[in-house]
Design a protein around this ligand. Structure first.
Ligand code: ZN
Length: 282
C-alpha cells in the first residue's frame, strides 16, 4: 500500500493511507544506506515494513521533515524587533529549497497605531513576494478556518522569542512543549527520536517549532542569486547573462535598488554573497 508518514516515535512509523493509520517499521535495508524514512515521506509498505521511499521534492534536517510545501515564517512586531537581515536570509534559504512562504507577524497588540503603520510600511515590499498575516494578540491567533494549511505540509520557523510555540499551540489546539532538548541531555538516553505532523485544517503541520537559524552551506553564488526571485526576474534585463548584480555594469537589479528594491534587501544580498564566496575559499 502507498501512504504518507505522519509520525515517528522510537523507530516506529505511523503511515496514513486511505484515511486510515498504520504502524510500521522501516525495512532493514534502509539502515545500510544513508536513506531513512522521514515524516512527510510518501512510502510503499506491506504488512510488516516500509518497503520504498518515493523521491522527495525537498527535505529539512531540523525539523526532520520531507516534502515540505510551505514555511510559516514567524517574526514578532517587537521584542525582538524584526531583523530584515534574518528575514532575507530565511526567504533565500526557503526559496532555494523550493518551499513557499507565509510570513506571520506576531505581537501586533504591543504596538501603538503609529508603530503599526510604520511596520506595515516597512514590510510593504515583501507583500509582493508572499502573503503576510498580522496577528493581533498572542492568545488569539485566529488561525482556525484559514485555508493556508489545506492539502499542504507546513513547518514553522523563526528566531526564539517570537511566539512560535504559542502560535503552534493556537494552531493545533494542543499544548505542545517546544523547548529544545538541551545538549547535555542529548546523544544518549534522552534523545527520543520523535517527530510528528499534526492534522490541522485539512493539512499537516510539523509539531516542532522548526529552525531558528540557517546558513548557506549548500549554496553557491548562482543559487543565491536565483533564490532572490525578485532580483532574478529583473535580471533578464541585466546586460550580462549570469549577472550576479555586484560589480557588473548595466545591471538592472542595481538600477532598481532604492526605488523598486529596498536598499536593505540589496545590502543583505551583497553580504550573503560575501559569505558564500568566503566559504568557497576554504
Ligand atoms: Zn544584474
Amino acid at each position: 500500500m502507498k501512504g504518507r508518514i505522519t509520525k515517528l516515535i522510537g523507530g516506529l512509523y505511523t503511515i496514513k493511507a486511505n484515511g486510515e493509520h498504520f504502524e510500521r517499521k522501516a525495512r532493514g535495508k534502509f539502515r545500510h544506506t544513508n536513506e531513512s524514512p522521514k515524516v512527510g515521506d510518501i512510502v510503499d509498505f506491506d504488512d510488516n515494513f516500509i518497503m520504498k521511499i518515493y523521491a522527495r521534492k525537498n527535505e529539512l534536517i531540523r525539523p526532520p521533515v520531507a516534502n515540505v510545501d510551505q514555511v510559516l515564517l514567524v517574526f514578532s512586531a517587537c521584542e525582538p524587533d524584526i531583523s530584515f537581515s534574518l528575514l532575507d536570509r530565511f526567504i533565500s534559504l526557503i526559496t532555494f529549497n523550493d518551499i513557499d512562504i507565509v510570513l506571520v507577524v506576531t505581537k501586533m497588540d504591543l504596538l501603538n497605531d503609529e508603530q503599526k503603520e510604520l511596520l506595515k510600511e516597512s514590510l510593504r515590499y515583501y507583500e509582493t513576494l508572499f502573503p503576510i498575516i498580522y496577528t493581533k494578540s498572542i492568545s488569539d491567533h485566529n488561525f482556525k478556518n484559514l485555508e493556508i494549511f489545506k492539502d499542504k505540509i507546513s513547518v514553522l520557523a523563526g528566531q526564539s522569542g517570537v511566539g512560535k510555540s504559542t502560535l503552534l499551540n493556537a494552531i493545533s489546539g494542543r499544548n505542545i512543549l517546544t523547548q529544545p532538548i538541551s545538549k547535555s541531555l542529548g546523544r544518549g538516553k534522552h534523545t527520543t527520536r520523535h517527530s510528528e505532523l499534526m492534522e490541522v485544517e485539512e493539512g499537516l503541520v510539523a509539531d516542532t517549532a522548526g529552525f531558528s537559524s540557517l546558513d548557506f552551506i549548500d549554496m553557491d553564488e548562482v543559487n543565491l542569486a536565483q533564490s532572490f526571485e525578485d532580483f532574478f526576474e529583473l535580471s533578464h534585463e541585466c546586460k550580462f547573462r549570469g549577472c550576479l548584480h555586484i560589480n557588473e555594469p548595466k545591471c538592472n537589479v542595481k538600477a532598481n535598488v532604492g526605488s523598486l528594491i529596498p536598499q536593505s534587501r540589496y545590502d543583505n544580498y551583497v553580504q550573503f554573497m560575501e559569505e558564500v564566496k568566503g566559504r568557497r575559499r576554504y
